[in-house]
Design a protein. Structure first.
Length: 283
């Protein structure tokens, strides 16, 4: 406001520059997605038109009909849902207990454990691929959704533990003390008192872990041969010949896979914001 009073020209130029920057960033982020949506409604022959002609070409739902008529895509959706939900459920269950212990109790090497958890969460997947492949084969879980769930826990559990620990650490201890005075056991305190308070953080970590598991490609490609998830199915889309690439169907399948994630983010956006900002300010 001071700049607006002293130098209104500079103030409005800064505002204009800010909004121009926002527009440029929005276009940079949204145009590829909008172009993918547009491509999903075009016939194969329209892909070779000039951009303006391509945008003006008539729309068709044929690509979406072909995608849902593909049994591999339908099974891929099912396997993706099973593996993502299973991995997130197990990660939240074990991650909550670990975060409660790390955030509430004092014990030796607690900081070392937290740093190990952080290191595991940023470890590249390709580095553990060989050992994990041997483990899954030994457990006879190859080409099994359970094997994918086991492999996804490598990155979902450390992420869940790290995020929830910082949240649990900032929960007032008076809540537990009041529950213990009322005769609640530690497990009752955790499930009936702390879990409701942790709900924003649980929703945030669960949704982010679900997105990572839903979009995961490397493990799904390596540990399955027929029971494959959606990312692998889309990557293996092929046309009538080896030289034909059905971009319209690929874009339609990608939109179908992306829309549920967008809906989840929009539905839980308040929980996500409160979960991400929880513990940011001490008071």
């Amino acid at each position: 406001m001071y700049l607006k009073r002293t130098n209104p020209t500079l103030y409005y130029l800064q505002r204009l520059g800010f909004y121009l920057l926002v527009v440029v960033i929005a276009l940079y982020l949204l145009v590829p997605f909008l172009w993918a949506v547009l491509t999903s409604f075009r016939r194969a022959g329209d892909l070779f038109l000039q951009p303006l002609q391509f945008m003006a070409a008539p729309s068709t739902w044929g690509n979406y009909a072909d995608v849902f008529a593909n049994p591999n895509f339908r099974l891929g959706l099912l396997y993706s849902l099973i593996t993502a939900v299973g991995a997130v459920f197990i990660a939240l269950l074990f991650g909550s207990f670990a975060a409660y212990a790390l955030g509430r109790f004092k014990f030796k090497f607690k900081s070392a454990v937290l740093y190990i958890v952080l290191a595991v969460s940023v470890f590249p997947q390709i580095a553990v691929l060989g050992g994990l492949y041997t483990l899954i084969n030994t457990l006879q879980l190859y080409n099994n959704p359970a094997g994918l769930i086991l492999s996804y826990l490598i990155f979902t559990i450390p992420f869940t533990v790290w995020v929830l620990t910082s949240f649990v650490r900032d929960i007032p201890g008076e809540l537990e003390e009041a529950a213990l005075v009322d005769g609640a056991s530690p497990l009752q305190t955790l499930f009936r008192v702390l879990f409701p308070v942790m709900m924003p953080a649980l929703v945030t970590t669960g949704l982010l872990a679900f997105i990572n598991a839903w979009n995961e490609y490397l493990f799904a490609l390596t540990f399955t041969s027929t029971k494959r998830t959606v990312p692998v199915v889309i990557a293996n889309y092929s046309g009538a010949t080896q030289f034909d690439q059905p971009w319209g169907q690929i874009m339609a399948a990608s939109i179908v896979v992306t829309v549920p994630l967008i809906i989840l983010v929009l539905v839980f956006q308040r929980n996500i914001v409160s979960g991400l900002t929880a513990g940011a300010v001490k008071g």
